[in-house]
Ligand binder design. Structure first.
Ligand code: NAI
Length: 315
């Protein structure tokens, strides 16, 4: 589908969304307030496309046309001709609300407006807008070009026809679309909470150490990464903040209670892979798991039963 798409925020997510839209023949405005962010985004995309050409995944002229489809700019006013605008700026309610109010006055009446928020209420972000019927959440996952799943989140006021249109745009980009309720964490980030939370509880109860819990979830559950490896990969600061947001948004329901173990990690600067140390110290050899099969299966079932309950509630 050849559309004019504007993406606001040229960070990790915005750059990925722009790449996907541009690869599917859309003309894209990639807008950021910081020229540096635009430069970084452009340099990164250039090197991603070079690698794809080297590996023979795309032709050189395809790479050129993807780049030519993207207009990197600091001018918010360039959204004016858009069919679809996706906001992917900093995760802050006031800043997002302000941007949506500004955008409304810049785009045509039939332009679709979307937020890529991962944990804020879509209804609240758009509460000050004059025409909330054309607004919804489109939640991509990182890295956007590789992750097929996209959650679309209509609010009470989103037009049902618009929802269908958005789904067909995303499907034409090769995405698998699920509709999620406008509840904290939507589906994926909510169902993921017990994966971390229950694993942290098992550790805090002294049942097993990080390496053993990770081993059990991989060995018996078939997960690609155990919860502690994954938290180290995401960053303990980010993961802890999402847990806190989900906890307070669910009126302090104890099943989402953040863990002191993770809070202390964050306070110590043990953020995970990016700081060289988190649950694991990446300058040393990895600790050995206690490969006791009964213990492993107990760990798996404790975490899995919480995941299943959460999924049943979220869907
Ligand atoms: P990021 O920090 O990499 O990029 C944000 C960009 O927005 C920065 O380049 C910044 O300069 C720009 N920006 C900030 N305020 C702006 C404004 N008013 N106008 C224009 N540009 C502005 O952030 P990231 O990780 O790309 O996240 C963006 C959004 O996507 C957030 O809402 C986040 O919760 C959500 N998200 C993030 C995921 C992730 O794995 N990083 C996954 C799914 C959603």
């Amino acid at each position: 589908m050849s559309l004019i798409v504007s993406v606001i925020g040229a960070g990790t997510m915005g750059s990925g969304i722009a790449q996907v839209a541009a690869s599917n023949g859309c003309k894209v405005n990639l807008i950021d307030t910081f020229p540096n962010a635009l430069e970084n985004s452009q340099t990164k995309l250039q090197s991603i496309l070079n690698r794809l050409v080297e590996k023979g995944k795309i032709e050189e002229n395809e790479a050129k046309s993807i780049l030519a489809n993207i207009n990197w700019t600091v001018e918010l006013a360039e959204v004016s001709q858009s069919d679809l605008v996706v906001e992917a700026i900093v995760e802050n309610m006031e800043i997002k609300q302000k941007l949506f109010s500004q955008m409304e006055s810049l785009v045509a009446e039939d332009c679709i407006l979307a937020t890529n928020t991962s944990s804020l209420s879509v209804a609240e972000i758009t509460s000050a807008c004059n025409n909330p019927s054309r607004i919804l959440g489109i939640h991509f996952f990182n890295p956007v070009p590789l992750m097929k799943l996209v959650e679309v989140i209509p609010t009470e006021k989103t037009d049902g026809e618009l929802l269908k249109k958005v789904k067909s745009i995303l499907e034409s980009w090769g995405k698998t679309v699920v509709t999620a309720k406008d509840t904290p964490g939507f589906i994926v980030n909510r169902v993921a909470r017990p994966f971390y939370g229950e694993a942290l509880r098992i550790y805090e109860e002294g049942i097993a150490d990080f390496a053993t819990i990770d081993w059990a979830m991989k060995e018996f559950g078939g997960f690609r990464m155990g919860p502690f490896t994954l938290m180290d990969y995401i960053g303990n600061d980010i993961n802890y903040t999402v847990t806190e947001t989900v906890f307070s948004s669910f009126y302090f329901d104890s099943r989402y209670k953040p863990s002191f173990t993770q809070k202390r990690m964050m306070e110590a600067g043990y953020l995970g892979k990016k700081s060289g140390r988190g649950y694991y110290d990446y300058s040393k050899d990895m600790p050995k798991a206690n490969e006791n099969r009964d213990l492993g299966k107990t760990i798996l079932w404790r975490v899995l039963s919480m995941l299943i309950n959460e999924a049943a509630d979220a869907l």
